[in-house]
Structures are given as C-alpha cells and as structure tokens.
Design a protein. Structure first.
Length: 439
C-alpha cells in the first residue's frame, strides 16, 4: 500500500514503525510530510516532482498534489493542527476515493472547542465534570466564588480553543484561576470553568468509522515536568500500557457509554467522526468521567499502545476510513508490558534547547531499546551529527514480562542516551509497578 503519514513527532515515528513491522505480511511504500531523522530512516520525505523542498505540514495544497503524483492510497494524520485546518475535507474534495484516517474540520471540533465537546457530551448524556461557559471575567469570578463557598479545594479553568496544551489550569485558589481566565478571555473568546474531579487518569483511544468505535489498549501518560506530578504541564513525559489496575469492565463500559453515544451524537449533528477518538478519562469515586476529547492519537501514549498492537494498523485505518469497521476481526495484542520514558531538552517546557549533541542511541538500541525521535535534527552537511531540536527529544521504550521489568529496562536504556541538559522524570509508571494505584 502507498501510505502517507503527516506529522513530525515520536507519535508519527511510532505509527510508521508499526507500518514497517507489517512488511513481513503487507508491503508498503511509506512517505511522510514533516518527519525527523529517525522517521526519515523508514519513510521517504514527501517532495513534489521537480521540487527539492520537502513539503510542510501546513501546505495542504502541496499535500493534495503529492497524493496525486505518488498515487497515495491511505493518508494518516498525526497532529491536531492540520485536522483543525481542514486537511481531511480538502483531501476528500480533491479525491473522494482517497482513504483518509482522521476527522473532518467539523468533527475535529471535539478537540478544538471544549465548549462544543461539552455540548455533545450533554446531549449524549455522557458523564463528565459539570461546566460553566463564561464570556467575561465577572462571570468567571461569580462561578469560582460559588465553587469556593461550596468547599471546592481546586479550581479548573479551560480555554475554549486549541492552546497547545497550555489552556487548562487546575489552580489551588480563586485568584490564580481567575488570572488564567483573564489571559484567554480576549478577542471574544470564551472559557469553561469546571467542577474539580479526583481519581487516577487514563487515556483510551477508539478507532472510529463514523458509526462504530473499536477501543485500543488503555494507557497512562504523565503530563507534568517533575516527579510526583509537580511543575508545569508538558506535552507528555512518559507512558505505559497495559493498565493492570484498571478493572476489565472499564473499556467495555467506556465504549458503550462514552464512545458510541458520541459517535451517534456526531452523526445526528451531520458531522460523523472518522479517525481516533481519544478520551482522556478519570476513574472517580462515582465512576469513569470524561476529562477531555482529542481527535487523534495521543503522544506519548501511542508509542506504547502501538508497540503492543499485533493487528496490522494499515488494515485498521483502511477499514475505518472506508466506514467498514464491522469487517475488522478482534484486535490482537502482545501479552507483554511496555514503558516509555521521554527525554526532553534543557529548560523544557518553558523553552527548549537546540543543537545539543545526542549520544548513546545505537548502544541502547543494541541492548533492545526502541527509540522514537521527536525533536532531533542532523547538523553538518553529509553524515551530520544528531542533535536536539526541540522540547521533547526522544521516546525511549522497553518491553517486559511485567511492568516492573519493562520499566527497569526503559530507565536503563534512557540513561544510556545522553545530551547536555537532558531531563527525564524518575517516576514514570512507578506507582502502577508498585501496585499503588487504587480506585
Ligand atoms: P485537559 O487538557 O483537559 O486534558 O486537562 C489537562 C489536565 O488537567 C488533565 O490531564 C487533568 O489532570 C487536569 N484536569 C482537567 N480537567 C479537570 C477537572 N475537571 N478536574 C480535575 N482535573 C482536571
Ligand atoms: N497525551 C496527551 C495528548 O496527546 O494530548
């Protein structure tokens, strides 16, 4: 199959690595728009005929032309920005038979507007935090004061639109929550104030074809920069799967009570959802509740989930894009455990460092590590030296018969990879490995 993947992170590296692993059964020609040095080892950077420059993720017209020139059969979109920009609509407008794995712009609103997502959840009767939509600072203040009087210990304020992971604050006092709201209440934008929920969080991806939702293996990610979930939010510092602490019934429950009703509601709206519906979930004392929806694979959870997947991803994405998921046999999974440690560059997430020389990758790979690239680049003309080129630099993965083994291996491998100012969390999957997560 001729497959084009759009995106430049470790998530897209994981998607392409998964497609490469299928090659013993299905032969693919793999192309990427974006990419990084790790990805370019396994997929060809997309360039238009008679053009030396690699295509950019934002160049939708160029991407359409490329799919025509190279007779691409399936397109898989990694990040949310091109989805929100309408890449799926544009590809379909040009060629209605092209298989595109991702939602239309209208369906991608489940991620690009938190207010829209809440409306869908309200209509579909899905359990989630209570929320108040506010257009002014006075409205926010009133809701926050009421929540304080009712004894709330934390105050959750969310920007309505995409904010690159920075739109949500969980503040310990009203003043901090209010000042976050003020930042986002500009240009007639709105914010949501939410009821504060507590409990372990997990991520569940559903493969969707507009009507049916097939759950993948649940995973957990770690969003804060420092151990014990301290410090600012990041794009994700690590992940593991499967989740032994999650009751077996949770995935079926979430499919029947969250994903399927969302798909029905989206269909009713005239905006059927195709692609990955990513539910950020919390196991609260009163049951599983939705924290948020995203409309694409999550990063860094995808790295562990796809490493465990045995069913060919190309088949899953093809059937989803065709609206034929009823033809998909039950997914098969590895019985092993997987752990991913993210290495970030100095000063992340406030800023990031570029050009720091990265060493030790081949030594770690020789021991069994799977290393997926994100913010890396080559310096120099020909051979070049691998250096950092962004905040999240690498995902370092290991597998094991149990989580503790996978985790120990992942940390051993991660310590073998070095660069100036490298940061990693020391407690990825620690509580789960020690059986300390209770629900
Ligand atoms: P989001 O971008 O909506 O996933 O929010 C980022 C993080 O903020 C989540 O992973 C949660 O840890 C936290 N969070 C969001 N909403 C709530 C809520 N209503 N109650 C408690 N924590 C929340
Ligand atoms: N892991 C969270 C995200 O991809 O947004």
């Amino acid at each position: 199959m001729r497959i084009l993947v759009v995106g430049s992170g470790a998530r897209e590296h994981a998607v392409l690595r998964t497609l490469v692993k299928e090659r013993s059964r299905i032969m693919h020609d793999l192309f990427v728009v974006g990419g990084n040095p790790g990805i370019w080892e396994i997929a060809e950077a997309a360039r238009l005929d008679a053009d030396d420059c690699a295509l950019a993720e934002s160049d939708i017209q160029g991407i359409i032309k490329f799919t025509q020139q190279k007779k691409i059969e399936l397109v898989i979109i990694g990040p949310e920005a091109p989805l929100d920009a309408g890449i799926v609509d544009a590809l379909h407008a040009q060629n209605s038979s092209l298989l595109v794995f991702g939602p239309t712009k209208a369906a991608a609103k489940l991620e690009s507007s938190k207010i829209f997502a809440k409306e869908i959840m309200r209509s579909a009767n899905i359990s989630t935090a209570k929320a108040w939509e506010c257009s002014t600072v006075e409205e926010v203040k009133k809701v926050l004061n009421e929540l304080e009087q009712m004894g709330s210990s934390h105050f959750v304020v969310k920007a309505d639109d995409l904010a690159a992971g920075k739109g949500v604050v969980v503040a310990q006092n009203v003043a901090d929550a209010l000042s976050h709201a003020e930042k986002y209440l500009v240009d007639e934008k709105k914010v949501l104030v939410e009821e504060y929920m507590q409990g372990p969080e997990f991520s569940l991806f559903f493969i969707c074809d507009g009507q049916r939702a097939i759950p993948l293996m649940p995973a957990q990610d770690f969003k804060r920069i420092f151990d014990n979930d301290e410090g600012p939010n990041t794009g994700g510092m690590g992940s593991y799967a499967p989740l032994d602490w999650l009751p077996n019934s949770a995935v079926n429950w979430a499919t029947d009570n969250i994903a399927t009703p969302v798909l029905n509601e989206m269909k009713k709206h005239g905006t059927p959802f195709v692609g990955v519906l990513f539910a950020g979930l919390m196991y609260t004392r009163t049951g599983i509740k939705v924290i948020e929806f995203n409309v694409r694979f999550g990063d860094p959870e995808t790295q562990v989930v796809l490493e465990a997947l045995k069913t060919p991803l190309s088949k899953i994405a093809t059937l989803a894009a065709k609206g034929e998921l009823e033809k998909l046999e039950e997914l098969t999974w590895s019985s092993e455990h997987f752990c991913n440690i993210v290495l970030t560059s100095a000063h992340y997430p406030e800023s990031s460092s570029k050009g720091d020389v990265i060493k030790g990758i081949s030594q770690a790979e020789a021991k069994g590590a799977v290393i997926l690239h994100a913010g890396t680049a080559f310096t120099g003309a020909d051979v070049g030296q691998l250096v950092t080129n962004g905040g999240r630099v690498l995902s370092v993965l290991a597998r094991g018969k149990d989580l503790k083994t996978a985790r120990d291996r992942a940390y051993n491998y991660a310590r073998m990879v070095t660069f100036q100012g490298a940061q990693m969390r020391g407690d990825i999957a620690l509580r789960a490995a020690n059986d300390q997560i209770s629900i």
